[in-house]
Design a protein around this ligand. Sequence first.
Ligand SMILES: Cc1ncc(COP(=O)(O)O)c(C=O)c1O
Length: 431
Amino acid sequence: MLNRYIGPDKILEKKKEYLIPCSYHFYHHPPQIVKGDMQYLYDSEGKRYIDFFAGVSVMNCGHCNPEILEKTIDQMKTLQHTTTIYLTQPIVDLAEKLAHLTPGNLKRTFFCGTGTEANEGALLLAKLHTKKSEFLSMYNGLHGRTHLTMSVTGLGMWRTDPNPAGGISFVPNPYCYRCPYKSSSEECGLECVSQVEAVIKKTTSGNVAAMIAEPIQGNGGIITPPLHYFKALKEVLHKYGILLVIDEIQTGFARTGKMFAIEHYGVEPDVMTMAKALGNGVPIAAYTTTDEIASSFTRPSASTLGGNPVSATAGIAVLEYIEENKLCQRAENLGKKLKQGLIELKEKYKMIGDVRGMGLMIGAELVREGKEPAVKETDLILEFLKDKGILIGKNGADRNVLAFQPPLVITEEDVAALLYHLDEALKKIKG
Ligand SMILES: Cc1ncc(COP(=O)(O)O)c(C=O)c1O
């Protein structure tokens, strides 16, 4: 049978000619992905892959999930788009559902199209509410591509803007594996939180509106703060009247074993941003806040496509699917198995320096002697696993962290297959 796909080589040729060259791809020999079915992807040769990256934490409910697709397609056939100048139901139903699911008093939502836009909006809201204008952000955080969101991003490789926004101070992130204060988890006195207070006093005018932070830093290398971190951080911020904006764009929607990762830390953000998995492949993003903070934003604002009937219907279908299929529990249970397997591999191979994360958001940092980042080895493992039919991610400031963020519908067998082939890959590289 004649292959109807143009294939990876032709795609690379067209990409080179027609896309802006800032768009990179994984792998020396990348496949052309042509089909998705729950936790599996298929290439143009018919080869099946277990997807352990979910398009960067997006496809939590699985690729082409039939239940979500059916509801979304029904809506597409009935009413696609009107903008918020006309009244439609899905946007208010989704907002109501989010009000019930988000922590504490978070209740009022603004919908938009991408995570970047949600963060940009959340920071604007913080300025309007506090009537202050500076921001704090963390080393290794990633928050978007626009001028301001790129300027609060703490990863050099994603800070392309040669003239970043001013009024932003960075604080050390809780990167326990490479703790700059040489603390161990047993004796951690949260020096990194004390540093936040020092930064507020020393490098700002005292005019700070908000601090933005991911509960677990995704692109930064699945950096997972200790469980007492955010309470202590919020106390410091509260002392100076600074809002806490929590970016759940990568961690949200059952990924870490709870609907939102910040719930593990027992604090209520002032504003929370969401995107990626809320649409399970349909573009939708949002920020949610309290009645009080929302009351500061009354001048007109609109995102043309934000929360339109199709994306809002997809969002509702996603939330229903997560609840009906108990995906939080599933992420927690399978995440424990995956993490345990990775810890066993860490005991076998010195190259795995650290295993961290929660639920099905797990990272394994690869190192050589003296914790030197094992960058080349990370790429070799990605390529080896891809050839064996498993796609994983990589991240971290040095790109030496293997990232495991699969659709939450994977099975125990999929986890076992990953661990088996990862063992083989590590054995091969070591040998
Ligand atoms: C934590 C976090 N915030 C913001 C963004 C930006 O989201 P988007 O690409 O939808 O604009 C990303 C994207 O990877 C992210 O991981």
